[in-house]
Design a protein around this ligand. Structure first.
Ligand code: 13P
Length: 231
């Protein structure tokens, strides 16, 4: 099982360090079977000595260069970062990343051997159009993506379920994961209001290999609780 914490724009360098100290102590004591990933804000990156796989929520598809406000491979290599989230809905819908740019990022980081947590998910408007429309929409978000890439993880994160406290139902998740499992052998995660009260049910959905967790991961005790509940 894969359990990943996406800090988004939360936590500082100091609080991330303290979070990792407590998470590592928990992992040392409980030795859970799951692979644990943490995606802190870039300002918190450091040469951590940790059992947790550290990744970034975003990066620019270039070694270095004139890309104001971005970080590239050179900055990731400094901290030996080999995990990245690409295609998160907040980057698609708030930051305006289109499929062409996302594909470019995917190709770049695939060529560099990164583990890519590739996110897809439909908006509320699409959801209201029914299951077939959802699948068509998700299919477009997979366009240009090498679905047989060996370091690929796909996270299904319906936009309407992110940060709303309202997760998709097990039935909905199952149908979409089954659809995705026919397209790729990559581990499939669910994300969107995963929390201690629903994580067990969600990860027991068939074809579900874990969760990408936002809000409920920001508190280390809550994240540890979810690791323990799914062990
Ligand atoms: P929430 O868990 O806050 O809904 O966020 C999910 C998410 O976007 C993880 O990438």
């Amino acid at each position: 099982m894969i359990l990943a914490a996406n800090f988004k724009m939360n936590h500082t360098r100091l609080s991330t360090k303290e979070y990792l100290r407590r998470l590592d102590a928990f992992l040392e004591e409980k030795k859970p079977k799951s692979d644990i990933y943490l995606f802190p804000p870039v300002s918190a990156l450091d040469s951590f000595e940790t059992k947790v796989n550290i990744g970034v929520q975003n990066a620019y598809p270039a070694q270095k260069g004139s890309f104001t406000g971005e970080i590239g491979l050179e900055q990731l290599e400094e901290f030996d970062i080999k995990n990245i989230i690409i295609g998160h809905s907040e980057r698609r819908h708030i930051l305006g990343e289109n499929q062409e740019f996302i594909t470019q990022k995917f190709k770049f980081f695939k060529d560099k051997g990164f583990k890519i947590f590739y996110c897809i998910g439909e908006t509320l408007e699409v959801r209201e159009g029914g299951k077939e429309l959802i699948k068509k929409y998700l299919g477009l978000q997979l366009e240009g993506i090498d679905l047989s890439y060996k370091n690929l993880v796909i996270a299904y994160e319906p936009v309407w379920a992110i940060g709303t406290g309202k997760s998709a139902t097990s039935e909905d998740i199952e149908e979409i994961l089954e659809f995705l499992s026919k397209k790729s052998d990559a581990p499939l995660l669910y994300g969107g209001s995963v929390k201690p009260s629903n994580i067990k049910e969600i990860v027991s959905v068939s074809n579900c290999s874990g969760a990408l967790i936002g809000t409920a991961s920001w508190d280390v005790n809550s994240f540890c609780e979810m690791i323990e509940l799914t062990n």
